[in-house]
Design a protein around this ligand. Structure first.
Ligand SMILES: [Zn+2]
Length: 269
């Protein structure tokens, strides 16, 4: 029987290079940084969303999980094609209650123990879809917090998409502000960090962002449904990490898996 909830809030492509200079507009990020520990997670692996999210929740390196792209040989890769156990598989076998929402290691993003229809097949492309994802992931996640699972994972994908199309524009900061509001609703308005049980929190991105020409690996054209567009931004190796109450040192995305495992093992009795 566990006490608290371990909550991993994933924000695809959230980057310190936007958060840090705009903290005066991002009051909930600011509060989180004040109550938790924050760092830049520098990826040694390629900053490919499918691969990093897969490693984060399986604990495996890219050469071990071998999942490097949403599409291989013209076929969409499915959960069953990836021969690993994820943290939700492991904990459920141990009798733990696990909920995972909208995890984008595959498209459409994967959910576990939750009924959720991803927006835009997990590749939301316009303002209407971005709003919809922000609202629906937030509302669903609030309900899941009330269910008090042992592990809760929820991921927003929209910033990745917005930054590919609008990197360098004030428009991007505007969406971080909207995201910041939702973080406030999820983490602070619910009292998640106020309860006496020791809830643990990880807020993490799979990679950072930079202008398109600066990126070492160009990631988008291979998996978009809209083909080649005028892309302004691409993935950077520096990801965002903020933890609250997590006593496990995190140096790479895979450590999310191990931090959860550590939490689960100490909460056995
Ligand atoms: Zn990503």
């Amino acid at each position: 029987m566990s006490k608290g909830i371990f909550f991993v809030l994933g924000i695809d492509a959230a980057t310190w290079s936007i958060v840090t200079p705009n903290l005066h507009k991002l009051r909930n990020f600011k509060r989180l940084i004040e109550v938790g520990k924050s760092k830049e997670l520098i990826l040694k692996e390629k900053p490919i969303s499918a691969s990093v999210w897969c490693g984060m929740f399986s604990g495996k390196l890219p050469e071990e999980h071998k999942h490097g792209s949403y599409v291989v040989n013209g076929e969409i890769v499915k959960r069953e094609d990836i021969k690993v156990d994820f943290i939700w598989d492991v904990l459920e076998r141990e009798g733990k209650k696990v909920k995972a929402l909208n995890v984008p290691f595959v498209v459409p993003p994967y959910s576990f123990g939750v009924n959720f229809k991803p927006i835009g097949f997990g590749l939301p492309t316009n303002e209407k879809e971005w709003e919809e994802e922000l609202e629906r992931v937030t509302e669903k996640t609030k309900l899941l917090i009330e269910e008090k699972p042992d592990l809760l994972i929820a991921v927003y994908t929209l910033l990745d998409r917005i930054q590919h199309f609008h990197w360098g524009e004030d428009y991007v900061v505007e969406w971080y502000r909207k995201m910041d509001e939702k973080i406030g609703e999820l983490i602070f308005d619910t009292g998640f960090l106020d309860v006496e049980e020791d809830n643990e929190l990880i807020v993490i991105s799979d990679h950072g962002f930079c202008s398109f020409g600066e990126a070492k690996v160009q990631t988008l054209p291979e998996h978009t449904k809209e083909g080649k567009l005028n892309l302004k931004g691409d993935h950077h190796e520096n990801a965002l990490l903020i933890t609250v109450n997590v006593n496990y040192e995190m140096k790479r995305p895979q450590d999310v898996f191990y931090a959860i495992n550590f939490f689960a093992s100490k909460n056995l009795y």
